[in-house]
Write a protein that binds this ligand. Sequence first.
Ligand code: ZN
Ligand code: ZN
Length: 394
Amino acid sequence: MTIPLDLAAAEAAVLAAIDDARDALVALSLDIHAHPELGLEERYASAALTGFLAARGLEVERGTAGLETAFIARGGEMTGPRIALVAEYDALPELGHACGHNLIGVAAVAAAVGLNAVSDCLPGQFAVVGAPAEELGIGKIVLRDAGVFQTFDAAMMFHAGMDTAVAPTFIGIQRVEYDFHGAASHAASAPEHGASALNAVRLLFGYLDALRQHVRSDSRMSGFVINGGEASNIVPAFSSARLDVRSPDPAYLDVLVRRVHACAEAAALATGTRMESRVVVRIEPLLTNAPMASLFADQLVRLGVPWQRVQADGAASTDMGSISAVLPAIHPIVQIADAPTAWHTPAFREAAASPRGMEGMLIAAKAMALTALHLLADPARLRAAKDAFAARAR
Ligand SMILES: [Zn+2]
Ligand SMILES: [Zn+2]
């Protein structure tokens, strides 16, 4: 049975529970930071996070949607509305936790620890949804396609950054790989019999740079050569590249993708090679739910944290964008470092293990826990979030 909720008392209990667990939460985050794992291989982090939640009485399901390192940990009433606190915990090749996902994962856990303190009187459910492989753009998409997010009424997470913004810009992305098949030959004694696949990749990057001058200024195109050949005295018979094409406008993203594809076709034509392409990932732009964002902003104010609506320079992408397309969601940023520190750098990796990083993580956890508490305790709040979502989805 649900005990009638005294909102002010519940808020105090939520905040006290997070403060009480502070040392353990910081230790958990530093432990994950010290054990960076690539997407879909986050076994250490997934076990650490689920172990922490299970020890505090949450009901843990592992291997959700067939992903070994995904999980759901539920608390509160099994009936009533459901709020998802989304955790990420993958790291980057070479750089480790240079995107601060150790902070994201533990903030979701900390919010759950707070809400768990009032689970007896919560008129609904909260769950930590462990979403692997954000850097690969995989985890949340697989969970969404398996229907996991559709079982929730709202979802939230935070990302650490260089400012505090409740409705940051995260733009859409299509990641495409291009393979070029040419003809090998001796590069010196018989180059006339070869067709260089590397030349096709070089032309592709050159064409992209020409295209770049004539696209909308909020577009982004980047990439790298996966394979550029095997030896300097062999005409490369095979070469491949991966490109990220981004735009805040899904329709314009489709236009850009078509134009990039034309560049690849032109490169193949010019070099007499054969081109194959495949879409690696497609992620939608983030749709911040306005009522949830203003509720989150209210919590930042009470926690004494200055905030702005949007971040100064937002052109990254997150697979949370594709979740925000299926249910009311927020993905605010909480500051842990100053510009010119940037995501995916050694400096940000250090910030993600710094005292300021831990402070930002706990502030995000408290603001998320209070936001979830209000959504669960006040049906009008959740209805406003759902109405705003429906209005945007048309
Ligand atoms: Zn990242
Ligand atoms: Zn990230």
